[in-house]
Design a protein around this ligand. Structure first.
Ligand SMILES: Nc1ncnc2c1ncn2[C@@H]1O[C@H](COP(=O)(O)OP(=O)(O)OP(=O)(O)O)[C@@H](O)[C@H]1O
Ligand SMILES: [Mg+2]
Length: 183
């Protein structure tokens, strides 16, 4: 079964391809309302209105190697198939905001999967990009802000092997711990 974390990776890869310098990823779970929401916001190149109108349709893509882009349609479907919702806003030259909201208990809701692993991969594979990752779960909130981390690290690059173990622990303690195995 596919994991929602892989959808997050797909959408963040679009942001990277769009030349984003900062990507904000937010995961919010409200267990009393039975809903969870994932959003990805970037300051990349954005889309013109024509592309934006077609982007949720799998037969639109700027790829030249094949004619079907599936990242956004799959993300949209993953939410709507649970009775949740999907939305996208984009402004050419400014950036893009995408969200998906899920009914947590719906039988078709895919498991979140290795969200922490995806965050670790994005941060360490793209040291030139800054990420703000926020997890909100009930009253608890945890944040990974790579600008803060890079300040603490000083001259040590965020993709240095010894930093990986630190980041892995940081992500586990500040983000993954909040929802535990519940999503
Ligand atoms: N964050 C973004 N900023 C600017 N353009 C975007 C962004 N996300 C998507 N797009 C545009 O929308 C198109 C469709 O995206 P989508 O992820 O659905 O497919 P793809 O990236 O082309 O292919 P795939 O994800 O299947 O490898 C992209 O090719 C790109 O032109
Ligand atoms: Mg894509």
């Amino acid at each position: 079964m596919r994991e929602l974390a892989l959808n997050v990776l797909d959408i963040a890869e679009n942001s990277l391809a769009a030349g984003a310098k900062h990507i904000a990823i937010a995961l919010t779970a409200d267990f009393s309302a039975g809903r969870m929401r994932i959003s990805i916001e970037d300051d990349g190149c954005g889309m013109d209105e024509k592309t934006l109108a077609k982007v949720t349709d799998p037969f639109t893509t700027s790829r030249t190697t094949r004619s079907v882009g599936m990242g956004i349609p799959l993300f949209k479907y993953s939410a709507e198939s649970t009775g949740g919702s999907f939305g996208i806003r984009s402004v050419k030259g400014e950036g893009t905001y995408i969200f998906a909201e899920y009914v947590i208990g719906h039988i078709d809701r895919m498991p979140l999967g290795d969200f922490g692993g995806v965050v670790l991969q994005l941060v360490t594979m793209n040291p030139q990009v800054d990420f703000t990752v926020t997890v909100k779960c009930g009253e608890e909130e945890g944040v990974l802000d790579t600008r803060e981390i890079k300040e603490i690290l000083g001259d040590i690059p965020v993709d240095a092997p010894e930093v990986r173990a630190f980041l892995k622990d940081y992500i586990r303690e500040n983000l993954v711990r909040l929802y535990g195995g519940r999503l």
